[in-house]
Write a protein that binds this ligand. Structure first.
Ligand code: GTQ
Ligand code: FE2
Length: 359
């Protein structure tokens, strides 16, 4: 027998709900519209971390914290205020600044979360990735994919600073985190000449025979150089004309994203031209590699300069406008969203109304 037209008595319902709770059950009907929202409602807030303050605090960490204190990495993570104190830039992405003093070494370990390094300041560091020493220079991208051993080594006479992007929140949500220190917390032996992956896979459409059929979950090319990135952006921009030329870093053997869980992009903005408002499913973290300008994210204006870092939540409407020649580096969770068949994007015609200014 079904319920009556007038509904069940409030006391009866209240008692029923208590009983459900005691049985570890929850009714859908009171929460349906919070779960199945018309569109994504991210907890991630549009946010910005200013280079000047991040760098000053990283320098302070360089004075106060020895490399071996905690995790063997001197890293400040971007903690999005929307994420309740969790150390994540967005709901799916870890963004951080890593600071290595002159002559320091960060011993080897490996973990299932994958990482990228985008070098910001300084020269004279290499990261050894499963035995392959990858030299790092400003504007280069270096991959340390899932479960690859990695240690960072400085022979510089000044500190080196880079941006770390990892898929930690995603791998955590999937309960797939594993971690292991290298035996005796040492550095890896470097097998041979540096930059092996680059010599084999870099910069040319010429691959070792069979490489394109090899099955691997990430790019075998581990370094992407600033000069190549710059040339690719210049070529793209001269074809498209702007306001923005965008490229994706890919696995040269497959054309796929560099990692299954994280995408890397570079965008060049033409000064004085505003990009069309666009929103996409999936979040990203943007690093202003060089330049100055502003972005409107969900109606909020962010004025940025070189080194500033931004969190862009899923489905937030985004527009950029540079005041001088600008290159934006970004990590995204797009490979996950796309693999799951969840990708959507919307391009809008009219600029957003700015309702707030980030400060
Ligand atoms: O350099 O190995 O930002 O393991 C977070 C976790 C950097 C690293 C991070 C890490 C590393
Ligand atoms: Fe690591």
């Amino acid at each position: 027998m079904g319920p009556t037209e007038t509904g069940s008595a409030p006391e009866t319902l209240a008692s029923f709900y208590r009983t459900l709770e005691q049985h570890d059950l929850q009714p859908l009907w009171p929460i349906a519209d919070q779960l199945l929202t018309q569109s994504p409602q991210p907890a991630t807030k549009p946010w910005m971390w200013r280079w000047a303050s991040v760098l000053a605090l990283a320098e302070r960490a360089g004075e106060l914290i020895a490399i071996h204190e905690g995790g063997d990495r001197r890293v400040l993570s971007l903690a999005n205020p929307g994420l309740l104190g969790r150390p994540f830039a967005t709901s799916t992405l870890w963004g951080a600044v890593q600071y290595l003093n002159a002559g320091e070494h960060a011993p080897a370990h490996r973990h299932t979360p994958g990482a990228i390094r985008f070098i910001l300041v300084g020269d004279g560091v290499y990261t050894t990735v499963d035995g392959d020493a990858c030299d790092m220079h400003p504007g280069d991208l270096v991959l340390t994919p899932s479960w690859n051993w990695h240690d960072h080594n400085s022979s510089a006479d000044e500190p080196v600073v880079w941006f770390d992007g990892l898929d930690i929140p995603t791998v955590l949500a999937l309960d797939a985190v594993f971690f292991e220190n290298y035996p005796d917390e040492k550095l890896q032996d470097v097998e041979q000449e540096h930059n092996r992956s680059e010599r084999l896979y870099g910069g040319r459409a010429l691959l070792p025979l069979g490489a394109a059929e090899d099955t691997h979950s990430h790019s075998p090319l581990l370094v992407y150089r600033r000069a190549d990135i710059d040339a690719a952006l210049t070529a793209l921009l001269s074809q498209g004309g702007g306001p923005m030329a965008s490229l994706e870093f890919v696995d040269p053997t497959s054309g796929r994203p560099v990692m299954p869980t994280m995408g890397c992009e570079m965008h060049r903005l033409v000064p004085g031209r505003r990009t069309r408002p666009v929103r996409r499913v999936g979040s990203s973290v943007v690093v202003v590699y060089k330049g100055a300008g502003s972005s409107v994210i969900s109606g909020q204006l962010f004025k940025w300069n070189s080194g500033d870092m931004l969190a862009i939540p899923s489905w937030a409407i985004v527009e950029h406008e540079a005041a001088e020649p600008t290159d934006l580096f970004a990590i995204t969770d797009a490979p996950v969203i796309k693999a799951m068949g969840l990708y959507r994007e919307e391009i809008h015609e009219t600029p957003q109304h700015v309702t707030r200014v980030f400060s």
